[in-house]
Design a protein around this ligand. Structure first.
Ligand code: ADP
Length: 393
């Protein structure tokens, strides 16, 4: 378009010049009475051509700018992001999202690949692309798992750069990863008690166990079986919460009443641990499933007893829209607090197991709270105690 426009302008210029020249010759040879008319016509044509040229050039410039803005907007609107390196392995262009995921600064253009990218796997893929090989990998940035496509940029049969396409697969990949981790954890958690059950049973069956040890072994088998059952029911509960198919019935449930009922069930355990248990407060009604909300309250109270100290106390209170479960127990070291609601996360694995824990209690609490739009907060000080609040909307 630009080329055609330039040649057209040149032709008009030539015609204008020829016209002025022809006019001058005619005027001189034929002695025309009003020669200045030809000069004016020639000048007007020339001026018009110059103006037309300036006008079209301005339009073209604006169009070019519009297209490059369009291109930048297009790159920025890719879900995920795009990063292109030139033939010298320097950043050629980077979209906003890619810069965000890779923590690139505003002045990233021109940065060398090893300054821009610190992930060894991504660097390996870029090097492969520099040799002409495409690859696909995963990269987790700020909690989002991205699928990264790394390709060579080929122009005129030559590799002139590399391109990374960071595709945000949304929650899909993150969920898949969580599921993979969960399955691996579940298998491990199920295997441990089963191995010990089968070991004790084998010793009894083979007659290796001394008769005086048999009742003790049977007790251990019973304890491990109970833990296994608790684990399986927690896993089923979590899976059904994950699928969103957990109890959907809605009835008015009074959290205070539930806490009071849980106290009755947990009184024996509190006594065994030498811990006092107190429930106070007022009616706190939540529209939801009684069994799920009971599980939430029970898990918090059960933990407050199990992770307590001899002579300690547990105080449960309902006030306004908030349930508070506070204990004077062993507390949680600061560095563990951010992970405490994760599945199978425990501060002290042996204590959790000894007291019948599954490592899923708080994950279930958080899931149920989220289901009802409640906000869960945990404050804890090692050696002093823990306070968990659940604020219902
Ligand atoms: P578990 O079945 O192991 O109790 P939870 O998910 O209920 O699993 O809790 C996760 C971990 O958080 C526990 O193993 C324990 O280390 C810690 N924890 C939970 N509640 C308390 C509490 N009230 N005081 C101290 N530590 C706690």
């Amino acid at each position: 378009m630009e080329k055609r426009f330039k040649s057209l302008t040149l032709i008009v210029y030539i015609i204008a010049f020829m016209f002025v020249a022809a006019a001058s010759v005619t005027v001189t040879l034929l002695n025309v009475p009003q020669p200045w008319i030809f000069v004016i016509i020639g000048a007007v044509i020339l001026a018009a051509t110059v103006l037309l040229y300036l006008f079209i050039s301005a339009i073209m410039k604006a169009e070019k700018e519009y297209h490059s803005a369009d291109y930048a907007a297009m790159i920025d609107s890719i879900t995920g992001g795009i990063l292109v390196f030139d033939g010298n392995s320097r950043v050629y262009t980077v979209s906003e999202d890619a810069a965000g995921y890779l923590d690139l600064p505003d002045y990233a253009t021109g940065m060398y690949k090893t300054d821009a990218i610190h992930d060894p796997e991504l660097l390996r893929c870029i090097e492969l692309a520099e040799k002409g090989e495409s690859s696909l990998t995963e990269y987790t940035a700020h909690g989002v798992t991205l699928r990264v496509l790394v390709d060579p940029v080929i122009f005129d049969h030559k590799i002139v750069g590399t391109m990374l396409l960071l595709l945000d697969m949304g929650e899909q990949l993150t969920l898949q990863k969580l599921k993979r981790e969960f399955t691996a954890n579940v298998s491990h958690e199920l295997k441990t008690p089963l191995t010990s059950i089968s070991g004790y049973a084998e010793m009894i069956a083979a007659g290796i166990a001394a008769p005086k040890d048999v009742p003790e072994f049977a007790l251990r088998i019973q304890k491990e079986s109970k833990r296994l059952l608790a684990l399986i029911s927690d896993i089923i509960r979590l899976s059904s919460l994950d699928e969103g198919g957990a109890e959907d019935e809605k009835e008015a449930v009074d959290i205070f009443e539930i806490a009071d009922e849980s106290r009755d069930v947990l009184l024996k355990s509190a006594e065994d641990h030498g811990v006092s248990l107190e429930v106070t407060g007022e009616e706190l009604t939540v529209e939801g499933s009684r069994s799920l909300l009971s599980e939430l309250v029970y898990n918090l109270m059960d933990n407050a007893i199990r992770y307590n100290k001899e002579g300690g106390s547990v105080r449960v209170e309902t006030k306004g829209r908030t349930l508070t479960v506070e204990d004077t127990g062993i507390g949680i070291p600061e560095e563990h607090i951010p992970h405490i609601f994760e599945r199978f996360y425990r501060v002290d694995k042996s204590r959790s197991k000894q007291t019948g824990g599954t490592g899923l209690g708080l994950a279930i609490v958080k899931h149920i709270a989220e289901k009802y739009g409640a906000e869960t907060r945990l404050q804890s000080r090692e050696g002093e105690g823990t306070r968990i609040t659940v604020k219902f909307p």
